[in-house]
Design a protein around this ligand. Sequence first.
Ligand code: PGA
Length: 261
Amino acid sequence: MKKLYFGSNLKMYKTIENTVNYLTELENLTKDISRDEIQMFIIPSYTTLDRASKAVDHKNIIIGAQNMHWEEEGQFTGEISPIMLKEVGCDLVMIGHSERRHVFNETDEEENKKVLSAINHGFIALLCIGETAEQKENGISAEILREQLKIGLHGTSVENIPQIWVAYEPVWSIGVNGTPATADYAEEMHVVIKDCLKELYGDRYEEIPVLYGGSVNPGNADELIQQPSIDGLFIGRAAWQADKFNPLIRSAIESARKVNK
Ligand code: PGA
């Protein structure tokens, strides 16, 4: 039985109170699901992190930050450092989310500095990658994913594997204007990603979870999680209410077990 990963990025939504209530409800609703079976994670906004981290048992739900500067301190007005994120109880740092790359123009080289710093400071580095609609149109999705992985993970080694997670989130599939990837297309890209991870790390590549994200919803979650190379679902809108996220998770687990995952 493979461990399945379920998590959500709350983006720039929810106040402190809303976040704490959401996490408390989500933890209560999902408490009975064995954590040998699933790994849950929630990535709320910076200002909520201190309270969010104290609101849950991290054995049930780990807490992540949406971004991080790679330096420990310095003249970087408006940035948050790894030391600050440790202080507020973060377990994971998301790096290179599509909105960071495309709204805030972050580069693969910057994502790489963040990945290395996150790993050095003991976090799980969740590296997000994905091609744009234009790149897909031009038939270079695989090349783009390989490039983002090879630059983003440059300088990491086999020993870092327990601290590396990857999320495949095609840019064209994310958010209100996004179209979800078909399960077949997502699987095809996950195979590209896994092959590249194998090149980088050898046989232990299988320990790195590769999650799909981008317009996951109750209508497509089951089919996506049934794909052999999709290890988890990384969800935005469809996960922001605990009472909707909980049934989605349960249904996905059941579907995955049906195909002996
Ligand atoms: P979405 O967001 O599920 O609302 O499309 C996904 C993401 O941005 O991670």
